[in-house]
Design a protein around this ligand. Structure first.
Ligand SMILES: Nc1ncnc2c1ncn2[C@@H]1O[C@H](COP(=O)(O)OP(=O)(O)OP(=O)(O)O)[C@@H](O)[C@H]1O
Ligand SMILES: [Mg+2]
Length: 283
């Protein structure tokens, strides 16, 4: 597997605070990588450094082997970025917005059509942006960031503030995009989203990465193993397989012969995060 994004002790200090503290990771080509953390944990600052918008205070980063600080003329064409603060021209249609940027980059308009299909906006592409939902606007921003055919796309909280249906459409767009081979670096607050989309995730807390692995391995390593026991049709109980009290209760139920079924229960990524970062995510 080829490494496409690298960070070595990447750090960014602002006047009084260290936003990102000596962070290191390596991301493989074609991977969907999630950076998860609370508000102010350092997610956006990390993206801004990797995409060349902010200089690291110390440490290094590379995109496809090229330095993020000193080789930006090479790294910038390789990446697309979507931040939630970006804007579209509201009085123009989705297609016109994309055509305008295509013209700026010298890209043919048939590429715009392909992207409109990728984001599944064919039916609304000739309507003005001001008539779009936030989710549709977000999809146009993703298409715009893909116009120059980048190898990597950075999505900073792509589903923040969206209703469940719009968020689902963005996730479907991200999955369709991953199938084309583009590497995706995303940040999110939503654990289920990361679990569904990401090959690997990193938890960032106070500027430091506290865990990095596949969602599956994180749940195995830090999640509490539990079972759900059905006693009667209307009575189900959940027991920890590590808590001695629970184990004892479970053993006595088993010896009574009162158990109908037992099912193992997988830990949620959210439980793992709470264990590692000590507080719940805001919803
Ligand atoms: N330009 C800046 N000047 C001073 N402090 C900053 C600046 N940008 C970010 N910070 C601080 O750095 C820390 C990390 O901010 P960052 O925006 O990276 O967090 P985040 O994880 O993206 O949070 P959110 O989930 O709210 O978007 C915060 O304490 C923030 O206030
Ligand atoms: Mg942010």
């Amino acid at each position: 597997m080829k490494t496409i994004i690298e960070a070595h002790n990447l750090r960014r200090d602002f006047k009084k605070i260290t936003a990102v503290r000596d962070v290191s990771f390596a991301i493989n080509e074609g991977e969907i990588f999630g950076l998860l953390g609370h508000n102010g944990a350092g997610k956006t600052t990390t993206i801004r450094m990797l995409t060349g918008q902010l200089r690291p205070t110390s440490g290094e980063g590379a995109i496809d082997g090229f330095d993020i600080a000193t080789e930006q003329s090479i790294t910038k064409p390789l990446i697309g970025v979507v931040f939630d603060s970006q804007n579209l021209y509201e009085r123009m249609t989705g297609r016109e917005n994309l055509n305008l940027f295509a013209d700026l980059y010298g890209i043919k308009h048939y590429c715009v059509q392909e992207l409109i299909e990728l984001i599944r906006l064919q039916h609304r592409s000739n309507e003005k942006i001001e008539t779009y939902s936030n989710g549709m606007k977000q999809r146009v921003l993703i298409a715009r960031a893909l116009l120059h055919n980048p190898k990597i796309i950075f999505l900073d909280e792509p589903t923040r503030g969206l209703d469940p249906t719009s968020a689902r459409e963005i996730r479907d767009t991200i999955k369709a995009l991953a199938k084309t081979g583009v590497t995706i670096f995303l940040t999110t607050h939503y654990m289920e989203e990361a679990d569904e989309l990401c090959n690997r995730v990193a938890f960032i807390e106070n500027g430091e990465i506290v865990a990095l692995d596949t969602p599956h391995n994180l749940k195995l390593k830090y999640g509490e193993r539990r079972v759900i026991v059905t006693i009667t049709e209307h009575e189900k109980k959940s027991f920890s397989l590590v808590d001695p009290n629970d184990i004892q209760q479970l053993a006595s139920l088993m010896s009574n012969g009162t158990i109908q079924t037992i099912h193992s229960q997988e830990a949620a990524l959210e439980d793992v995060f709470i264990k590692l970062a000590g507080q719940e995510f805001e919803k």
